[in-house]
Design a protein. Structure first.
Length: 278
């Protein structure tokens, strides 16, 4: 009899346990359906251009079922929703949180690229505030190093070339400013920065020409000739090279730097328009 009651008790415990398991499965199924519904609402809001509502719905989807495979995707979509409406500060916060929570997610390469783009798009005036530009550069470098075989790495390399153009233009701007103020040595240092750090940019030829000018101006003719030879060797057909040897005439006067329109600005605008259509 005791054995019978013991077996009955075990049966009842197992039956209750099974019921609880079934309830848990039903609850998880219900949560998953709610999560999917919130995610779909987020997509619909994003399609309508309502990034705030979209981000809220994606965040809601992640919180409803955080152990689901949909959770990291929802978190990243919340970040993209903020990026979509140019709210880069909130987008950066969402991306950094996503990377911290889901470092092994399959979309982490895209997340890092989107983070770099947020900093890049935050650039307002690189002549006054370099911080967003430098952060964008560091993030693009990270993408290239850590995800070299991805399309994101190719895009990152292109953006890095544009960033180099912008940084070189700042050096050129400051060098020309110092020439106008007749501060020859600070100007020389700025042009040297261009040839040492940004030799692949459109500013290299003018930088070499200015170095010839300034070294000749302060009496360092051998240095001037060195930079003239470097310019001629690499850019023989350049207009800057043709103007350079006029410097060695006795009646030469230091030319006033001209304000130039940056060729790279068109590329930046073009790339931005392409990216935003995606």
């Amino acid at each position: 009899m005791q054995k019978f009651f013991l077996l009955l008790l075990i049966f009842l415990v197992l039956a209750c346990s099974k019921k609880e398991d079934n309830k848990l499965v039903i609850k998880e199924k219900d949560l998953e359906l709610q999560m999917i519904d919130s995610y779909k609402q987020g997509v619909e809001a994003l399609d309508k251009g309502d990034g705030i509502t979209a981000a809220n719905k994606f965040n809601e989807a992640e919180l409803l079922f955080p152990q689901s495979d949909w959770a990291p995707k929802s978190a990243l979509m919340a970040a993209y929703s903020y990026y979509f409406i140019d709210n880069y500060e909130d987008a950066i916060n969402e991306i950094e949180l996503y990377i911290k929570k889901y470092p092994k997610d399959e979309r982490v390469a895209y997340a890092n690229f989107l983070l770099a783009m947020c900093y890049y798009q935050s650039i307002v005036d690189e002549k006054k505030d370099l911080e967003p530009l430098l952060k964008a550069r560091d993030k693009f470098v990270y993408v290239v190093k850590n995800y070299p075989s991805t399309d994101f790495a190719l895009d990152a390399k292109f953006k890095l070339d544009l960033i180099k153009e912008i940084l070189a233009s700042k050096e050129m701007y400051l060098g020309n400013y110092y020439i106008q103020k007749k501060k020859w040595i600070p100007a020389i240092n700025r042009y040297k920065n261009i040839i040492n750090e940004y030799e692949t940019t459109i500013y290299i030829e003018e930088a070499l020409h200015r170095l010839v000018e300034l070294h000749y101006k302060i009496g360092l003719e051998n240095e001037a000739k060195k930079y003239a030879q470097l310019l001629g060797y690499n850019y023989l057909s350049s207009e800057w090279y043709k103007n350079t040897y006029k410097i060695f005439n006795n009646d030469y006067k230091l030319a006033k730097p001209k304000t130039r329109k940056k060729e790279s600005s068109y590329l930046i605008k073009k790339y931005n328009s392409i990216f935003k259509r995606k």
